[in-house]
Design a protein around this ligand. Sequence first.
Ligand code: FAD
Length: 483
Amino acid sequence: GTVDHDCDVMVLGSGPGGYSAAFRAADLGLKVVLVERYAALGGVCLNVGCIPSKALLHVAAVMDEAAHFAALGVDFGTPKVDRAKLAAHKDKVVGKLTGGLGAMAKMRKVTVLRGYGSFADPHHVVVELTQGPAQDKTGAAQTVRFKRAIIAAGSQAVRLPFLPEDPRVVDSTGALALDQSPKNMLIVGGGIIGLEMGTVYSTLGARLDVVEMLDGLMPGADRDLVKVWQKMNAKRFDRILLNTKTVAAEAKPDGIWVRFEGAGAPAEPQRYDLVLQAVGRAPNGGKIGAQRAGVTVNERGFIPVDAQQRTNVPHIHAIGDIVGQPMLAHKAVHEGHVAAEVCAGELRGDAALARAAFDARVIPSVAYTDPEIAWVGLTEDAAREQGIAVTKGLFPWTASGRAIANGRDEGFTKLLFDAESHRIVGGGIVGTHAGDLIGEIALAIEMGADAVDIGRTIHPHPTLGESVGMAAEVAEGACTDLP
Ligand code: FAD
């Protein structure tokens, strides 16, 4: 057939992985076509993920903080929330960022093709062009011929088959739309996304129930971190149902009636104004015609890759959520850079560039709840399970001048060191701004720092960041000024 676009690299999907790969490839001199079915670039993260959720979580955190201020002598009164205006604010934040990406693509002469892309063979992708907010197909299609491809088609929310099709049953995208004001809400799945959205809705006035199959909320994080969050947030919840399954639901005029099974589960169906499904995300590997390019997709929809982000087809790479856990934007970005550099290195005959590989030691995780929970590297629970000997340095924020001045001293900073080498292997923080603080610990792990390196680093006073240095001093027994 005819070829409408000829390029060095075709990038399928414009999320954090895809746009990072496309921009890096263009910066390295390659001709790039970026295929995206939505009008806005940025993928899940910018449009319906990281960014809009954080815009709303910021508002929720300020509201919660303001509510405590009466006790400090400043009473802001009862807040009046205009949901439409709040949603408009969130949309403006998203628009600023996605618009910025559009401008950057233009500046770099990246061709953006709007439509559903599907491989036709190992060197062609057919793009069914789309228009409008519902991604309607225009009926027209264009063919892109590429030397290399980078698959960055991401993931989508898992839908529980037994939950009814109803506007009162939403996934995170539906919850972010903010067009319902539930009095009570069920969160199915006690992971980061569910609890972040729950925080927003409870601050806006909803009572929460959360149901989780495992024996604790926020799986993956150390229990001591989660405990602090749970204590501070207990008042948001009517029920925290652990070791419990959601087994059936019925949409009735007065609400969604949900049935549970598990040790402490209520025997009778419970009524909710809104049900949020947040039970994980499934990769889009099965929806891009990968088989026609010969690319292996596993039974779960993930595309296996090597450290160079190469699939089983050597000139086709894959990055981001579609290649596996952790499904995080910062992981996708780094993988995107690797894939672009390998492509550019090979096409330009630059051996050093072609050797690029993903070799991050650690990838941090953050729950942007209030307080935030952040962790990186080895957790204490994992060390215990795996029988790895670690030395712990824990600095409670009740000893942090800044945390006390902020009226938020419930948190702590914890560092874990290899018991033999004394090098840092992990860290966890619970407290306000924990997500902003965890980067230093990730850097320390990447650099192979030990407790002395971190403890002797002068941190500005009074800051929450000091707690990282103090935790290191605790670990080396050098901290003498704890209360
Ligand atoms: P995606 O962002 O999923 O982008 C894939 C893109 O490909 C989409 O734009 C899609 O339209 C497009 N696409 C797919 N198939 C085709 C096709 N056939 N043709 C054309 N286009 C196609 N991560 C964090 O690190 N921090 C957070 O705070 C955070 N918060 C989150 C909050 C929520 C509510 C959600 C849902 C996710 C959050 N995440 C967060 C996860 C983060 O959004 C993902 O890890 C990240 O977006 C993955 O990037 P990606 O490039 O792999 O794919």
